[in-house]
Design a protein around this ligand. Structure first.
Ligand code: NAD
Length: 512
């Protein structure tokens, strides 16, 4: 059990009904009645919030634009130092914030702490990055000319995040965007606003101590209405949106219509290929963690196992046994493997997908169902289940955000790769094999079509050092490590003539 009230107090969530903040300034828009936030862990009310309204949105954008004019003048390494301090503040608040993530969202305590650790890691990454926002120099085709490129900040960056990584996704975006010289407006998921309010308090303390301008990091609590205002507003130069493909199609269309930039991180339908040359014990851990971890509510959760026919029976027996040992319950208890789904809507969608799979001919080797009774009062606890299915079932082609795992058989690796790729989404993928030829084929141009392709690691649990994101209906965006920072900046090519003539490119003559 958890006493949430001292934690809320430590994290600065003392007033209820906070709806938006530009930093020091908090507003409690009274446009709507307070929305009560209920924990999926025990079904209890945690606190209530208000949703920001259109006026809050307008005021926030105006303040953010003014902040940008100042923040962009700070040298990037100095901005990096502010993010270093943010990382330190997150270290100090890791325990409380991790617990609140776990209690508000329902993921295990270890994963709650892990999510805050990921925020700390990306802050460290961004600090180093603040001295490495490099452009290239090029040789000009004209004498006594120099060419180079510079990267400038975009301006106001909007961040829309999903419930399942309620704080890490903000940190991935904000830490990079801020060292790049942008200001941020964050609209978290309406299902997890309290962790967002906590983050805003943490960053604000750091900002206040360093006289960072008001409006550099803003928060708007709200639902899709605020997301839609952000999508249509041309003052938001880049909109980074994480969530379902349905949301991404709406955001992408609205931002595209104004020729703005969007960075989309959408749904996945991730598969592991289990080869006849796999280490089956290791594959089992990767598959089970991938399928049931975070109750199947990761964008990188394992949804499909594509298993070579000669090891199919042996591997599915192992899976059934492993599922029999899973402990489902309060995610704050360290012995528990599977916590709740986010809400009853998600439970409905899980049950609907099971029905649909059965209608299409799926054979459940581990049955699903909703848990009732002591410890399950929130009504959000479900049994992870496994169905033998075909890749072309409609339900298999669709991402259900719940612990439902589909098994399918293959004969040749070509066939397995074709099945792995034959879904609309393209986020994460993996092969379990000790055979070098198979591994290399899977990683080659003729292999996985996903943004993430792993060998002897499951589909979930990425590190911050690599660029994160996926292809096709996953949206094409990349966040976090590698050179993902370039998405948060605009590139400018500069040519400087230090001669006393004006030669034109391509040798064009123009005499006056
Ligand atoms: P969701 O699409 O319901 O909501 C995500 C966010 O978008 C919320 O803040 C919501 O208010 C907002 N939103 C919804 N409709 C909108 C619209 N029309 N315009 C603007 N904003 C809108 O998703 P969810 O249920 O919170 O999260 C689960 C989904 O997120 C899954 O599909 C999962 O795969 C995906 N996800 C992807 C990644 C990734 O990096 N690829 C990471 C986490 C989650």
């Amino acid at each position: 059990q958890i006493d949430i009230f001292p934690i809320l107090q430590n994290l600065g969530i003392q007033h209820i009904n906070q709806s938006c903040s530009t930093g020091k300034h908090w507003n409690s828009s009274n446009a709507q009645e307070g929305t009560v936030i209920i924990s999926p862990v025990d079904g209890k009310e945690i606190a209530s919030v208000n949703f920001a309204n259109a006026e809050d949105f307008q005021n926030t954008v105006v303040t953010a634009e003014a902040a940008f004019k100042v923040w962009r003048t700070w040298p990037a390494p100095k901005r990096g130092d502010i993010i270093r301090q943010l990382g330190d503040a997150l270290r100090q608040n890791k325990e409380d914030l991790g617990k609140l993530v776990s209690y508000e969202m329902g993921k295990s305590l270890q994963e709650g702490y892990g999510e805050v650790q990921e925020m700390i890691d990306i802050c460290d990454f961004a600090v180093g990055l603040s001295r490495q926002l490099y452009g290239l120099t090029m040789h000009s085709e004209r004498p006594a000319h120099r060419m180079y490129e510079q990267w400038h900040p975009m301006g106001v960056v909007g961040i829309i995040s999903a419930f399942n990584f309620p704080v890490a996704v903000w940190a991935w975006n904000a830490s990079l965007a801020l060292v790049c010289g942008n200001v941020c407006i964050w609209k978290p998921s309406e299902k997890t606003p309290l962790t967002a309010i906590a983050c805003q308090h943490i960053i604000q303390k750091v900002f206040e101590a360093n006289d960072v301008p008001e409006g550099t990091s803003c928060l708007l609590i709200g639902d899709r209405n605020i997301g839609e205002l952000m999508s249509h507003d041309k003052r938001i130069g880049l909109l980074s949106a994480t969530g379902s493909t349905r949301m991404g199609k709406a955001v992408g269309a609205a931002v595209g219509a104004r020729l703005g930039r969007s960075l989309l991180e959408l749904g996945g339908n991730n598969a592991i290929i289990i080869s006849k040359d796999a280490d089956l014990e290791m594959s089992l851990v990767g598959a089970v963690f991938g399928a049931v971890g975070t109750a199947g509510q990761r964008c990188t959760s394992t949804r499909r196992l594509i298993i070579q026919e000669s090891v199919y029976d042996a591997f599915s027996d192992k899976l059934v046994k492993a599922y029999g040992q899973l402990k489902i319950g309060n995610p704050l208890d360290e012995n528990i493997h599977v916590g709740p789904l986010i809400d009853k809507e998600a439970v409905k969608s899980y049950l609907g997908s099971i029905e649909k799979c059965k209608e299409e001919g799926g054979n459940f080797v581990v049955e699903g169902g909703v848990l009732e009774g002591e410890g399950y009062e929130s009504g959000c606890y479900v049994k992870p289940c496994i169905a033998e299915a075909k890749n072309d079932y409609q339900i298999v082609q669709h991402e259900t955000f719940a612990p439902i795992l589909y098994l399918m058989k293959y004969k040749t690796l070509d066939e397995a790769i074709a099945m792995q790729n034959d879904v609309p989404q393209g986020l994460s993928s993996a092969i379990m094999t000790l055979n070098l030829r198979e591994a290399e084929q899977f990683l080659s141009y003729a292999g996985s079509d996903c943004g993430i392709a792993n060998v002897n690691i499951g589909t979930s649990g990425a590190e911050i050092g690599g660029a994160f994101g996926g292809e096709k209906e996953t949206g094409g965006g990349r966040e976090s490590g590698s050179d993902a920072w370039k998405a948060y900046m605009r590139r400018q090519t500069n040519t400087i003539n230090y001669s006393d003539k004006l030669p034109l490119a391509q040798g064009i003559k123009f005499d006056l």
